[in-house]
Design a protein around this ligand. Structure first.
Ligand code: DAK
Length: 258
């Protein structure tokens, strides 16, 4: 029997950890792995008991990109038929916060996967990069857009045009990673943050993610209008009443997602 390409773990209540599991290929994103990721993300989105998703790899690789061996002989029509962009969109559309726990290589599609997560916890020595240019292609999972947005045009162009790698520490300093931590603490720190978020009102968390991400593609006025409407909407939830009552009564809140 072959090992599953994606392992599903429950490291804490409300936290779903999806572990990429192709160690023999540095977790290269085969079509099977991409489809499994989409299926598990959709499942997590639909499951009210799941509050936060963590995507992790192993100590050698988060993911070394798309599976080059699967793509090497593909034609344009083959690539179009695979619908990778659709799978990518489905991964990006998770309604719950998604945290990438990055150790080892996060290259090409692996770097793009981290970029589409809401937070990135990187090991100091992780190796990020978009090396596609070195194999005669360009990024196809958002790298040309999201890397520029994350670290700025001139730094991004250096990495996009040369394919050079940068460390987790550099990723943090440039704004791609939320935190850089020692290698042996990456998964634990990602789960710790996930637990912190899992204890909050899931309705407020969902609105926050939705407004912040949509706002990135909108003019400021439209984003601010969206923010105001979402804020007003939350005043119809029990969680808002509970959160404010708990503050006034000097006790911890108990959010029910209602
Ligand atoms: N694909 C397939 N196999 C890979 C792989 C990859 N991306 N990366 C590593 N492997 C395999 C190696 O071939 C090797 O297999 P065997 O030879 O043992 O059978 C095994 O994993 C171990 O690799 P190494 O021996 O090379 O291990 P090292 O530790 O020495 O080096 C490395 C690790 C990650 C630095 C190196 O393996 C490497 O440079 N890998 C390739 C990295 C890369 O170029 N990544 C970008 C891939 S292109 C699209 C959207 C997105 C994309 C495409 C389309 N659409 C919307 C249409 C994305 C494209 C990409 O990501």
């Amino acid at each position: 029997m072959t090992a599953p390409v994606l392992l599903v773990e429950e490291p804490a209540p409300g936290v779903r950890l999806l572990r990429l599991n192709r160690p023999e290929a540095r977790n290269a994103l085969s079509m099977a792995l991409r489809r499994e990721l989409v299926r598990c993300i959709a499942q997590a989105s639909d499951d009210a008991a799941v509050r936060v998703v963590v995507i992790a790899g192993n100590e050698r690789a988060f993911a070394a990109g798309a599976d080059i061996k699967e793509m090497a002989n593909a034609s344009t029509v083959d690539m179009m038929a695979r619908g990778v962009l659709g799978l990518w969109r489905a991964t990006a559309s998770c309604t719950k916060p998604v945290i990438a726990a990055v150790r080892g290589y996060a290259l090409g599609g692996g770097c793009e996967l981290a970029l589409l997560c809401d937070m990135v916890i990187a090991s100091e020595t992780a190796r990020f990069g978009q090396p596609e240019i070195r194999i005669g292609i360009i990024p196809g999972g958002g790298g040309t857009q999201r890397l520029v947005a994350a670290i700025g045009k001139h730094r991004a162009m250096k990495y996009l045009l040369t394919g050079a790698m940068f460390s987790g520490r550099e990723a943090f300093e440039m704004g791609l990673a939320s935190e850089a931590v020692p290698d042996d603490q990456v998964d634990a720190r990602a789960v710790e943050l996930a637990c912190e978020i899992a204890a909050l009102s899931p309705l407020a968390v969902q609105q926050l993610k939705d407004v912040a991400l949509r706002g990135m593609d909108l003019p400021l006025d439209a984003g601010l209008a969206l923010e105001t409407k979402a804020l007003h909407l939350l005043f119809s939830t029990e969680d808002q009443k509970e959160g404010m009552a708990a503050f006034i009564e000097k006790r911890p809140p108990k959010f029910e997602g209602r």
